[in-house]
Design a protein around this ligand. Structure first.
Ligand code: ADP
Ligand code: ASP
Ligand code: MG
Length: 347
């Protein structure tokens, strides 16, 4: 079995969804297709949720999201199937509208409600694509179980693997599953963090001991730098799991960092490919090391939105627990610390 994950751009237009169908339906193996929300929809939903909570009147954003899905459906489907698919998405749009109305009335947006709103992106895209490919839909929310850390939930691996492999054992040849969404023990929807559809696909791959995890995106693989920043960046043919982890952890957005561990533990290779250039070689991430004599440096990545600050003062010298308070405060706000240095007196 193979797991193929298609990101936002890859599912973002009728033309690209047709490419997905060519890529998937030509495969001989059993395939689970994990999909992201249509490109840009998750950001739009974040905007809608925040606006609703702060009492700002919506400016047709929900209608625009709906129109975007319906236009794609009209281009992809024949008349009768198009109407059926639009009808099958309708209850989701109505539910979304009601929740946003609720947020507007209460004037408050909890992390739990935000997850519920963001989940509509993948719920809509996966329903659309499973209808188009005419294959069953797996409910990722009920097979990926997490704690209640809304916004970036922690996975219960044993239970999740059991539930995924049970769901996949019933798949005849193809199935579609939404990325990004999961649920807590009480059934509340949670999400795996922004970019989390890659992680969903890795959990599926690890659960079924897939032969390969394929991440289909909008660039020719893992590149030496972000091609949007460095125009001369080129594709790296092979990487080890730890090289890929290091680069993605430090800003290479092409793969969501938590994706790597589940497949590394099962020694499942990750192949990164371009949906718009399926014949390209892409990047293969596996255990095997390439000597890299000619290219000792594999790539460069960068992170924006980083702050460097110094905390100092005579009152801190010799006071126990200062570090604990500082890092505790940062952790409570979900701020990642990537570099620490400490003077000898400030302990
Ligand atoms: P998807 O929606 O398919 O998950 P993402 O936008 O999450 O796609 O990731 C792909 C993007 O990652 C590329 O369009 C590119 O701008 C960015 N990126 C950053 N660093 C790298 C890198 N080293 N190699 C390839 N892409 C990178
Ligand atoms: N749609 C989600 C996001 O934009 C998850 C993903 O695309 O991987 O973050
Ligand atoms: Mg991504």
């Amino acid at each position: 079995m193979k797991i193929l994950k298609f990101g936002g751009t890859s599912v973002g237009s009728a033309e690209n969804i047709k490419r997905i169908s060519e890529i998937v339906l030509n495969q001989q193996e059993k395939i689970i297709v994990v999909v992201s929300a249509l490109g840009g929809v998750t950001d739009l939903l974040v905007g809608v949720a925040r606006k609703a909570a702060s009492g700002i009147k919506l400016n047709g954003e929900l209608l625009a999201i709906r129109a975007r899905h319906e236009e794609i459906i009209e281009t992809l489907f024949g008349n009768e199937d198009g109407v059926k698919t639009i009808d099958s998405l309708k209850p989701l749009f109505e539910e979304l509208e009601k929740i946003v109305q609720g947020v507007t009335l209460i004037g408050e947006l909890t992390p739990k409600t935000l997850d519920k709103i963001l989940g509509f992106g993948e719920r809509l895209s996966s329903l659309l694509i499973s209808n188009y490919l005419n294959v069953p839909l797996i409910d990722s929310m009920s097979v990926i179980k997490t704690d209640r850390n809304f916004g970036k939930a922690n996975v219960d691996f044993d239970l999740t693997y059991e539930l995924i492999s049970e769901a996949c054992s019933k798949v005849f040849q193809f199935a579609v599953a939404p990325g990004f969404i999961s649920s807590a023990a009480d059934g509340s929807m949670t999400t795996l963090g922004r970019g989390g559809s890659d992680y969903t696909a890795a959990l599926f791959a690890a659960a079924v001991n897939a032969t390969q995890l394929e991440i289909w995106t909008d660039v020719d693989g893992f590149m030496t730098a972000d091609p949007r920043v460095i125009s001369k960046a080129y594709t790296i043919p092979t990487l080890t799991y730890s090289e890929a982890m290091e680069l993605s952890h430090f800003g290479a957005k092409v793969i969501y960092p938590p994706t790597i561990l589940p497949v590394y533990q099962k020694n499942i290779p990750i192949h990164i490919k371009n949906t718009m250039n399926p014949l390209g070689d892409g990047t293969l991430i596996s255990q095997s090391e390439t000597t890299g004599k000619d290219h000792p440096i594999k790539g460069i990545s960068s992170i924006s939105g980083i702050s460097l600050f110094t905390i100092q003062g005579l009152g801190m010298v010799g006071v126990t627990g200062i570090s604990m308070r500082l890092f505790g405060a940062l952790a409570r706000k979900e701020i990642n610390v990537i570099l620490i240095s400490q003077a000898s007196s400030a302990n």
